[in-house]
Design a protein around this ligand. Structure first.
Ligand SMILES: [Zn+2]
Length: 279
């Protein structure tokens, strides 16, 4: 009976050891499994963070490239502000004292700088081929003629009761102050429709003016005083005034919606940079 009891106890102990061993094995397996899973997760998150960093760097690099592109405005024109074609004449820039030009006859009694005559004639001829009737109504003016026009505009305002100072200031928005007008350079002409010769807003609606606004750049002429640029040009309204600047310049100005003042500022940046490089 004792022997049987002894055998029974040993069996129980043996069974318990087996259970404990199994539990231990399960525990060890679980720990190993957990460890492996943890390792994998750590690896994955490391890879992910590297990717994010790479992505971040790439995005930063792309952004930097875009900014660099924006800052680096390519000067894709071969002009400089010393070219005769880009002579800037306005209220702040008088015609240089020793400025001279060779004049050539145009239609009727008109004259212009001989360098612009050929393209001007070509432009008018091409417009006429389209069945239009553009005519030159103003071209080269002597300084005396400019004075005469300016004085008579000033007088108009004087008659309306303005002081001399105010009258002169107001006149200068319509007729350039002598010495600051492009007509004195021989590089500008006023062109109107033969059928509508008024210098007012109706002029812009004529077929001739529409054609010139669209096509003059092809011949090297720029609409000198666009109405929406009057804050810069200081000239109110002259959609009939065309200034020769050369085909390359006129095309760039038209494509980038720049008036002459803006275009010259644009070119000056490059000249300053080039100058710095030389110094
Ligand atoms: Zn004019």
């Amino acid at each position: 009976m004792r022997k049987i009891e002894g055998l029974g106890i040993r069996n129980i102990i043996h069974t318990n050891i087996c259970i404990i061993m199994m539990i231990l094995v399960v525990l060890i397996l679980t720990i190993v499994y957990k460890y492996v899973t943890y390792k994998k997760e750590v690896q994955a998150s490391l890879e992910a963070s590297v990717n994010v960093e790479e992505l971040y760097n790439t995005t930063n690099r792309e952004e930097a490239n875009i900014k660099e592109e924006e800052n680096k405005k390519e000067k894709d024109i071969d002009s400089n502000t010393f070219d005769w074609e880009l002579l800037l004449v306005n209220k702040k820039h008088k015609i240089p004292e020793n400025y001279s030009m060779e004049l050539e006859e145009l239609e009727l009694t008109h004259r212009a700088d001989k360098r612009i005559v050929e393209p001007l004639k070509q432009m008018l001829a091409d417009a006429r081929k389209e069945g239009l009737s553009p005519i030159i109504c103003s071209s080269y003016r002597t300084n005396d003629k400019q004075k005469q026009l300016y004085n008579s505009k000033t007088m108009e305002y004087r008659r309306e009761g303005y002081s001399l100072e105010d009258a002169e200031e107001m006149a200068s928005y319509w007729v350039a102050i002598p010495g600051t007008g492009e007509h004195e350079t021989g590089l500008a002409v006023d062109i109107v429709s033969e059928n509508y010769q008024m210098l007012d807003e109706g002029q812009e609606k004529t077929q001739e003016q529409k054609w010139l606004i669209d096509n003059s750049y092809k011949y090297g002429f720029a609409l000198r005083y666009p109405t929406d640029k009057k804050e810069i040009t200081m000239i109110n309204y002259e959609p009939w005034h065309y200034r020769y600047v050369g085909i390359e310049n006129a095309t760039y100005m038209k494509e980038h919606d720049m008036c002459l003042e803006e275009y010259i500022d644009y070119l000056k940046q490059f000249e300053e940079e080039e100058y710095k490089e030389i110094v």
